[in-house]
Design a protein around this ligand. Structure first.
Ligand code: HAM
Length: 417
């Protein structure tokens, strides 16, 4: 039989790595909660239409990256490629947007059938923030401060830089789109195949192309700035002013258009300064999507959010910062009677605090069990043999230094630890 392996672009997180993941997640959850954001969880599978209607029929995600399947009831389903659409679906379904503001966060796996590379996977994890019922630009600033706080807590604030742009409203974008199509049509021969295809379906995305041979034609393209309506211009100016006052460094990138169709007004990405062979450089991305909730059948309510690519963030964070050193003890139990008592003592120790207690299983003599203790993470071994049991004592052996062994009354073990 052929070996069954993990699917390309999807990865196991092994025990030596999973501690780092938990620590990273906890740090992000903590900051989000401190800003008053509450966790929402939604399913990994949704009706495919949810994504085609929200993200846009002509986007890369919907056109070629979704994991689609028909289930046994004949329903057309998709593994979620992102969380914003799911968040809105859940919010509408449970009346969360009805005369309410909401500050929400979520975390979990997302799926896109992309070409796997360092920092780009087919199953990856996002930590997302979504705020509903706020016009901005104060909420825009809040999200940027929140992200910055996360970078500071993780010691990566010097490794990322904030890029921002404004997409204006839908009407000004349509006017701009037409002008852009005319411009690129005049330069059709310079475009690569991908951009030629996008010219009809999603011309703004040509601006986002990473192909260096297109840089010149993109730089000379008309700018959305000149097509902005007054409200959008004012929103952006105010935001810039607030960012200056708050001391958040930013770069205006007029070519930042985002790959999902639902955005308007402010869009932003925190990009990695040094790419170190990373296929993609955005570690966090988002923006306003003020018409999407109504488009999906909910109340007309403004919205803004972002999502962090957890794998990309993990590549930046120093592991020392994510190392949580737990106190670990190893309980050596010699004899059948001792094992039951050992399990009982272990439970008392666990109940009394955060200590990790490994109880020796699979038997073995003293030497064998101490060897296992040594190979574990434990700093001390607690030894319980027939003699100790009879005296109501337990022997303490230090595993990582040469302090002498000592005996402690079983009743006093919690205080000792
Ligand atoms: P997105 O730009 O598609 O936006 O993804 C957000 C982040 O997820 C990216 O900046 C990147 O860090 C990470 N990411 C995306 N695709 C992959 C991949 N294949 N492998 C590894 N990491 C990846 C969204 O998903 C929007 N829902 C963000 C948002 C929330 N906008 C408003 N609210």
């Amino acid at each position: 039989m052929k070996d069954i392996r993990a699917i390309r672009g999807m990865h196991d997180i092994l025990p030596r790595e999973s501690n780092y993941w938990t620590a990273l997640e906890n740090k992000l959850f903590r900051v989000a909660r401190q800003y008053g954001y509450q966790e929402i969880r939604f399913p990994v599978v949704e009706y495919a239409e949810l994504f085609s209607r929200s993200i846009g029929e002509n986007t890369d995600i919907v056109e070629k990256e979704m994991y689609l399947f028909t289930d046994r009831s004949g329903d057309r389903l998709a593994l979620r490629p992102e969380g914003t659409a799911c968040c809105i679906r859940a919010g509408i379904e449970h009346g969360l947007f009805y005369n309410q503001i909401q500050r929400l966060f979520y975390h979990g796996p997302m799926f896109r059938h992309e070409r796997p590379q360092r920092g780009r996977y087919r199953q990856f994890h996002q930590f997302g923030i979504e705020a509903y019922g706020f016009m901005g630009p104060d909420i825009d600033l809040e999200l940027m401060l929140l992200a910055q706080k996360m970078w500071q807590d993780l010691g990566v604030d010097h490794e990322v830089v904030l890029q921002i742009n404004t997409l204006g409203n839908i009407e000004s974008r349509l006017k701009y789109r037409q002008c852009l199509v005319e411009y690129f049509q005049r330069n059709y021969d310079v475009l690569d195949e991908d951009s030629q295809r996008r010219l009809q379906s999603n011309p703004l995305r040509i601006l986002d192309s990473k192909n260096p041979s297109l840089r010149e034609v993109i730089n000379a393209a008309p700018r959305l700035f000149s097509y902005l309506d007054e409200t959008a211009q004012r929103h952006f100016d105010k935001l810039i002013n607030m960012l200056e006052q708050a001391g958040i460094a930013y770069v205006i990138n007029p070519n930042l258009v985002r790959g999902l169709d639902y955005y308007n007004l402010t869009v932003f990405e925190w990009v990695i300064r040094e790419q170190n062979g990373l296929a993609q450089n955005a570690v966090c991305a988002g923006g306003h999507y003020d018409t999407l909730v109504a488009d999906m059948g909910g109340k007309a309510i403004p919205a803004i959010g972002f999502a962090i690519g957890m794998e990309r963030l993990m590549l930046l964070v120093a592991k020392e910062l994510l190392t949580v050193k737990a106190k670990v003890v190893y309980l050596v139990a010699l004899g059948e009677q001792a094992i039951v008592t050992a399990m009982h003592i272990a439970d008392r120790i666990r109940t009394s605090g955060d200590t990790v207690v490994l109880v020796n299983c699979n038997g073995g003599n003293l030497g064998v069990q101490l060897k296992r203790a040594d190979r574990s993470e434990a700093d001390i071994a607690l030894i319980l043999g027939t003699e100790e049991l009879a005296k109501g004592e337990i022997m303490i052996k230090y595993l990582r230094d040469d302090r002498p062994q000592l005996s402690v009354k079983i009743d006093n073990i919690i205080d000792f630890i």
